[in-house]
Write a protein that binds this ligand. Structure first.
Ligand code: A2P
Length: 262
C-alpha cells in the first residue's frame, strides 16, 4: 500500500472536537503541531485531501497563541468545495494545516490607545475570540468593546458563550470581565438591538448605548472583520472620524481583515 504523499506546504492535525452551533455554523478544535507559531488574531490555511489533492482555505485561528489546541469557527456553504466536506469531520479525523499563519488583525498593527473596538459580523468574530483571551490586549487597552452583528439571533450563540467564558479563562479570567463590553446586534429578526454596526456608528447609537464619546483618534482604536462590503463601509466611517489604518510595520489606529468563507 502506498502512503498518501503530503504536500510540503502543509502538515497534519487531528480533530479533537466538533460543535455544530446552527445549521449554518460550526466550530472545530484540532491538535496543534508543536512547530506552529502564530500571533493571536492571525489566520492559517486549513483543509482536507479531496480526490487525492489538498483543498485548503484561509481560516482565522479562534484560540489564543498560548493555547495547546487550535480553534476554528466556520460557516457551512451549501455546495462549498471545502465547507460542505469539513462540516462532516469527526473527532480523530486528520486535517491539513498550513505551516505559516499570518494576518493583519494583530496587536502589533495598533498604536496604544484607551479603548479598542472589535467590530465583527458573522464568522468575523473568530479572530476576536483569539484576541480577547490574549493577556497583551489588556495591557495595551483599558476598555475592549466587542460588537457582533448577525442576521439572526441564533447566530449570536458563539459570541455569547465566548464572552461568558472569559471569566473562567485561566489567563485573563481575573481581568477580562470588567474590561470587555459585548454589543450584539441583529439585522433580520426581532432583537433588543437591531441594525448594522455601520448604521449604529453613523447615528451615534453605539456611543450613546455605551455611554462613551464619539470616535476620536486620540483615544480609540479598532479592528474590523467581516465581509468585503462590511469592511469597506466600516473603514470609511473610521477614516471619516480621522482614524488611520495601520499594519504591523506601520502601526495605526485600526486594522482590517476579511472574514474568510470556507
Ligand atoms: P444585513 O442583514 O443587513 O445584510 P452576511 O451573512 O451577509 O455576511 O452578513 C452578516 C451580517 O453583516 C448581517 O447582519 C448583515 O446585515 C451585516 N452586513 C452585511 N453587509 C454589511 C455592510 N456593508 N456593512 C455593515 N454590515 C453589513
Amino acid at each position: 500500500m502506498q502512503a498518501e504523499v503530503l504536500p510540503r506546504s502543509v502538515t497534519e492535525a487531528r480533530v479533537l472536537s466538533v460543535r455544530h452551533w446552527t445549521d449554518t455554523l460550526f466550530a472545530l478544535r484540532i491538535s496543534r503541531p508543536s512547530s506552529l507559531r502564530f500571533r493571536s488574531g492571525e489566520f492559517v490555511m486549513l483543509g482536507l485531501m479531496v480526490d487525492g489533492r489538498p483543498l485548503l482555505r484561509a481560516y482565522s485561528i479562534a484560540s489564543p497563541a498560548w493555547d495547546d489546541g487550535l480553534d476554528f469557527y466556520s460557516i457551512k456553504v451549501d455546495g462549498g468545495p471545502l465547507t460542505s466536506r469539513l462540516q462532516h469531520v469527526r473527532t480523530g479525523d486528520r486535517l491539513l494545516l498550513g505551516h505559516k499563519p499570518t494576518g493583519t488583525l494583530v496587536l502589533d498593527g495598533l498604536r496604544p490607545g484607551r479603548r479598542l473596538y472589535l467590530l465583527a459580523t458573522g464568522t468575523g468574530i473568530a479572530p476576536f475570540a483569539s484576541l480577547l483571551r490574549e493577556p497583551e490586549i489588556y495591557e495595551k487597552f483599558d476598555e475592549l468593546v466587542l460588537t457582533h452583528t448577525c442576521r439572526y439571533v441564533e447566530q449570536l450563540g458563539y459570541g455569547e458563550e465566548l464572552v461568558a467564558g472569559l471569566a473562567e479563562d485561566p489567563l485573563v479570567g481575573d481581568i477580562a470581565p470588567a474590561r470587555v463590553t459585548y454589543y450584539p446586534t441583529v439585522t433580520r429578526a426581532p432583537f433588543a438591538r437591531r441594525g448594522r454596526i455601520t448604521n449604529l456608528i453613523e447615528t451615534g447609537a453605539l456611543f450613546r448605548d455605551l455611554g462613551v464619546p464619539p470616535l476620536d483618534a486620540a483615544d480609540d482604536r479598532a479592528m474590523i472583520c467581516g465581509s468585503m462590503a462590511m469592511i469597506a463601509d466600516t473603514r470609511a466611517l473610521l477614516e471619516g472620524a480621522g482614524l488611520i489604518e495601520g499594519s504591523s510595520s506601520t502601526p495605526g489606529d485600526f486594522v482590517v481583515e476579511k472574514a474568510f468563507a470556507g
